[in-house]
Design a protein around this ligand. Structure first.
Ligand SMILES: Nc1ncnc2c1ncn2[C@@H]1O[C@H](COP(=O)(O)OP(=O)(O)OP(=O)(O)O)[C@@H](O)[C@H]1O
Ligand SMILES: [Mg+2]
Length: 111
């Protein structure tokens, strides 16, 4: 299960950008969830946090009960390797327009 508890994310640049404020979200094992919102609303930022590529500035993310803020970089890497998979949208777009996909229609896929 993925738990997002009171998560905030700010980016510090020339000026401070507050992208996520107090996000609450729970995703059960096997559940399918779409994250929808306008460009710049913070979808990629949230996915980067859930995927352990970045750390929140506030709140906590737990993967099967383990808080990502409480683990070392090495442990975070292990968590990512064992529990999380990324398919980047460029790769997915190539897949859908590829011959492999055309040839495999009718087969079943888990993406
Ligand atoms: N590393 C960063 N440093 C500073 N600002 C950032 C950084 N990453 C994202 N942002 C800002 O955070 C906001 C949210 O960006 P994000 O990429 O999460 O949006 P998005 O919902 O994924 O947009 P899109 O639909 O275009 O992919 C934007 O204003 C963006 O400029
Ligand atoms: Mg994005």
């Amino acid at each position: 299960m993925i738990t997002v508890a009171g998560v905030s994310k700010e980016f510090d640049g020339k000026r401070k950008v507050s992208v996520l404020q107090n996000i609450e979200l729970q995703i059960e094992r096997g559940e399918m969830v779409s994250l929808v919102g306008p460009s710049g609303s913070g979808k990629s930022t949230l996915l980067n946090l859930i995927g352990g590529l970045d750390r929140p500035t506030g709140g906590e993310i737990r993967i099967d009960g383990q808080a990502t803020s409480a683990v070392s970089d090495d442990e975070l890497t292990r968590l990512r390797r064992e529990k999380i998979g990324f398919i980047f949208q460029e790769a997915l777009a190539k897949f859908w327009s590829s011959d492999i996909h055309s040839d495999s229609r009718g087969a079943s896929f888990g993406c």
